[in-house]
Design a protein around this ligand. Structure first.
Ligand code: FAD
Length: 629
């Protein structure tokens, strides 16, 4: 195998959201890395909505950032509007989201990657994975230009490009996403190696010229008064006045009638598209078909960036024929003169059912080959990015002879996502929800740094600067905690404030901390009522995030304690490793279904085995006894 080029430690194929994080992480922790992608001008391109974060996805971004990844930083630098969602609920549900400048996001990610010393770039189309003759060890890749690139680890992050087939009504054509060609070759090569390949589908709405919309007919949606950053390192964001606005509109029965008129030519309904799409991100035709009793659906008109009139019509994803899309669009109130810049479309693509990878993201069939992102059956930039980060870390650590870096379900949403994928698999595009995390009280967006920055620093990913900032914050949190636990407040100073906030007055002096669990009160209220306490607290820190953190920790202490207890109970199962070569057939008392499922999935821990559907609690007990002996 001859190559013009140097031997790399890690090759990352594809520079989408997974590939960018993978390449950034591998290079940062010292692996000589090559990022090969079809179009170097489309690094971390947002294929669909120009937005980062949202419910549960925002938590993923904060975790990526806390570990030292790039998405949070890049999102902050390219955001045009910032909001925290779910603020009416408890802090476990608060989720940051931003509207992004699509082009700026891509440019900023490229700039961040170009800062990495060990990272090299190549524009090319990978058509084959090179392995040892028996297919058991990855050695590099071959590209469409006939070049060979060698490496010890190869990470595939080809997204929606694998044998991509796009649909608009009864027209279909090959492509990886609008304006870009499909990736042909890799899927067949992997099938030859013994990988199972499946098909999934997703779709996107038309893009609109914002100048053609009568915005007076829509409801305006502003960003937050005090915007919140994704990155723990960001110190300034655009003010609310500087941020761009979004707009809310609605479909109506007339719009639905127009859409229905195209159903007979819809690839979704006439059998052309057979693969499954994201249930929680349905197309507009799917919505009016499934929820036929609803005579209106909400639409969000979102800016695509600071310097463009192009807008994204969130909620109107469609693959209906273009004439139907156009007519339906112009029937929406406010959209009577709408100019459509790009029609909506659906895309079918290859994915590799994720029971074929391990917790480290390395494939079970071919050592040194890793998969990350949409190729594993997920959907979403954030879901892809966090997998890329973990694959990049582990591919580099493998080359360096270090242990695998695994996050548990109790440590991070990232751990939940990977465990779900490899344990439960996915037959429809997988997206993250807060409900998927059983320990979500612990996995809040506000404490991602407290959970993960130390780990990120230990593996060489989180910078010293990040670590020092985190250590300072942690120290301030501890000191503020101690102050509130030690400091006595008296009825004379507190009672007027307590009355004002509608909560009961004090009958005797108490420690300041004991007042914080009252829902009506914040640390700030108590500080304002006692200037000595205020001075002492401000001497410790002026960082608002420290006050927020201590307040959450005290207010929700009961729930948090309980959750920690549960994690402790489950730790034994999570830490009990199952040998990879275990012959389940030999364990007589296992149920037939348990044997079959575990043989296919090959769980790495007893905890993982217990979450496989079809593996009963008695199977887990049998396995536990067997492993003990
Ligand atoms: P991608 O972002 O797809 O990036 C893949 C990268 O690999 C690209 O840079 C490509 O050039 C490169 N590449 C591919 N093959 C090769 C090769 N052989 N050689 C070299 N480079 C290669 N997500 C949502 O959450 N909600 C949605 O509603 C939604 N709708 C979508 C609609 C459409 C039409 C599309 C295309 C995607 C949609 N997504 C949606 C998904 C979202 O775009 C992806 O989840 C996310 O981009 C996946 O990231 P990734 O890094 O895995 O892959």
């Amino acid at each position: 195998m001859k190559s013009l080029y140097p031997h790399y430690d890690v090759i990352v194929v594809g520079a989408g959201h997974a590939g960018s994080e993978a390449a950034g992480a591998a290079a940062e922790i010292g692996a000589k890395t090559l990022l090969i992608t079809m179009n170097l001008d489309a690094i971390a391109k947002m294929s669909c909505n120009p937005a980062i974060g949202g419910v549960a996805k925002g938590q993923l971004v904060k975790e990526i950032d806390a570990l030292g990844g790039l998405m949070g930083k890049v999102a902050d630098k390219s955001g045009v509007q910032f909001r925290i969602l779910n603020t009416s609920k408890g802090p476990a549900m608060w989720s940051p989201r931003c509207q992004s400048d699509r082009a700026l996001y891509s440019k900023t990610m490229r700039l961040e990657l170009e800062k990495k010393n060990n990272l090299h770039f190549r524009q090319d189309n990978v058509v084959d994975v090179i392995t040892t003759e028996d297919g058991k060890r990855a050695k590099g890749v071959r590209t469409a230009t006939g070049q060979v690139f060698q490496a010890q680890s190869v990470i595939l992050t080809t997204g929606t490009f694998g044998n991509g087939l796009m649909h608009i009504g009864d027209t279909n054509f090959g492509g990886g996403r609008s304006g870009e060609r499909a990736s042909i070759g890799i899927s067949a090569a992997l099938e030859d190696l013994g990988f199972e390949v499946g098909r999934l589908k997703t779709g996107t709405p038309p893009r609109i010229d914002g100048r053609s919309i009568d915005l007076d007919q829509l409801e305006v949606q502003y960003g937050d008064e005090e915007p919140t950053a994704f990155s723990f390192m960001t110190d300034s964001l655009p003010t609310r006045e500087e941020q761009l606005t979004c707009w809310i509109g609605d479909t109506n029965e007339e719009v639905h009638d127009v859409l229905r008129s195209g159903f007979d030519r819809s690839p979704m309904f006439n059998g052309t598209i057979e693969s499954t799409g994201p249930r929680y991100c349905p197309s507009i035709e799917d919505k009016i078909n499934r929820f036929s009793d609803k005579n209106s659906h909400q639409l969000f008109l979102e800016p695509e960036g600071w310097n463009t009139y192009e807008m994204y019509l969130n909620g109107f994803s469609t693959s209906l024929p273009e004439d139907v899309q156009y007519k339906a669009l112009r029937t929406i109130p406010g959209f009577e003169d709408a100019v459509m810049l790009r029609p909506g479309y659906a895309i079918e693509y290859d994915y590799f059912p994720p029971y074929q990878i391990r917790r480290s993201m390395e494939t079970k069939i071919t050592e040194g080959l890793f998969f990350a992102g949409q190729i594993n059956g997920t959907t979403g930039y954030e879901e892809a990015a966090c997998q890329g980060l973990m694959a990049g870390i582990n591919a580099a650590r493998k080359v360096q002879g270090e242990d695998e870096f695994i996050l548990k379900r109790s440590e991070a949403y990232i751990g939940v996502l990977i465990d779900d994928l490899i344990t439960k698999g996915t037959e429809e595009p997988y997206r993250m929800f807060t409900s998927r995390a059983e320990h979500r009280i612990l996995l809040r967006q506000d404490n991602a740094d407290l959970r993960l920055t130390e780990l990120g620093h230990k593996i060489g990913l989180a910078s010293d600067e990040r670590y020092n900032q985190f250590a300072e914050k942690k120290k301030a949190i501890d000191e503020l905690h101690d102050l509130l636990a030690d400091y006595t407040v008296y009825p004379e100073k507190m009672d007027p404030m307590l009355k004002e906030n509608g909560t009961s007055t004090l009958s005797q002096p108490v420690k300041a901390k004991t007042l914080i669990p009252r829902p009506e009160l914040s640390i700030r209220n108590i500080m304002e009522a006692d200037s000595e306490l205020k001075d002492k607290a401000l001497e410790i820190t002026t960082n608002e995030l420290v006050f927020e953190q201590v307040e959450i920790q005290i207010k929700y202490a009961g729930y948090i304690e309980k959750e920690f207890e549960m994690v402790k109970e489950m730790k034994k199962q999570e830490d009990t490793l199952i040998p990879e070569s275990l012959d389940y057939d030999k364990i007589e008392s296992l149920s037939a279904e348990g044997k079959q499922k575990m043989d296919r999935i090959r769980p790495e821990t007893l905890g993982q085995a217990s979450r496989i559907s079809g593996v009963s609690p008695s199977d887990v007990s049998v396995l536990m006894v067997y492993l003990k002996n």
